[in-house]
Design a protein around this ligand. Structure first.
Ligand code: NAD
Length: 253
């Protein structure tokens, strides 16, 4: 078990993670804790946070819906000091532009982009006051990097995340606050399994399809994304800001 005093790459830093109950956010919360950060893990799903604490008792949790700006502000005030913000929450709407109704379009922006607007606005004043901080935003290869079929609203929002990231980086580059984006390819997480199930039909064939489009012949593991998040959160990446990091097993190459 890792104690918060463990002298890792994030020792002495306080990290807040959204969507930390499952998938990439969970793997990253665990990796942050393993590197010595004091971790505040948030998620809309309280039960998933309880299982995270069962796995790593040093992690503190708060139930948080990233679509609730007042709740975000309250959690950040309560946290007091956030050195690292990992904005991981995201929602995948499947479909072309013609499959995307107004509600799905709005929902995609609310969860994927507005949430980051609110979390960044909440943590930035404290980071600027202390003269340091690292914000890591979850984008995707499905964004301005690569056109992916049936990911119209999702890719549009994830491209917006890149714009948001670069703008924040540019505005605060001289004030010690860094902001970078991570763009994964397809990563094997519980929500991906849900999406495969939701498609109905031959699940094996869908998994084969996902795997076959991967040049490495396999999907990503959440821990492979978490490793990059640790690097961007840590002082090892102190000369890195406004960048977009692709971690996709060569998919977009
Ligand atoms: P996921 O979609 O399985 O969700 C992880 C957690 O998000 C869950 O615990 C869920 O409760 C929480 N969540 C859902 N709505 C929320 C809300 N409104 N507020 C707070 N928490 C909420 O996780 P994932 O597949 O690991 O994806 C995490 C991020 O990575 C997303 O932004 C996703 O778009 C991005 N991403 C994922 C992949 C992939 O293949 N899995 C690829 C590229 C990018």
């Amino acid at each position: 078990m890792t104690s918060p005093s463990h002298a890792g790459r994030l020792a002495g830093k306080r990290a807040m993670v959204t969507a930390a109950g499952a998938g990439i956010g969970r793997a990253t919360a665990l990796a942050f804790a393993a590197e010595g950060a004091t971790v505040l893990a948030t998620d809309i799903d309280t039960a998933s946070l309880a299982s995270l604490v069962a796995e790593q008792p040093s992690i503190t949790t708060r139930t948080l819906d990233v679509t609730d700006p007042a709740a975000i502000a309250a959690v950040v005030v309560e946290a007091g000091m956030v050195d690292i913000l990992f904005n991981c929450a995201g929602y995948v709407h499947a479909g072309t532009i013609l499959d995307t109704d107004e509600a799905s379009w709005r929902r995609s922006f609310t969860i994927n982009v507005d949430s980051m607007f609110h979390t960044c606005r909440a943590v930035l004043p404290g980071m600027l006051e202390r003269g340091g901080g690292s914000i890591v935003n979850m984008s995707s290869v499905a964004s301005s990097i690569k056109g992916v079929p049936n990911r119209f609203a999702y890719s549009t929002t994830k491209a917006a995340v890149i714009g948001l990231t670069r703008s924040i980086a540019a505005d605060y580059v001289a004030r010690g606050v860094r902001c970078n984006a991570i763009c994964p390819g397809t990563v094997k997480t519980p929500s991906l399994a849900d999406r495969v199930r939701a498609l109905g039909g031959d699940e094996e064939a869908v998994w084969r399809g996902f795997t076959e489009r991967q040049p490495m012949g396999r999907l990503g593991d959440p821990r492979e994304i978490a490793a990059l998040a640790v690097y961007l959160a840590s002082d090892e990446s102190s000369f890195t800001t406004g960048t977009v990091h692709v971690v996709d097993g060569g998919w977009s190459n």
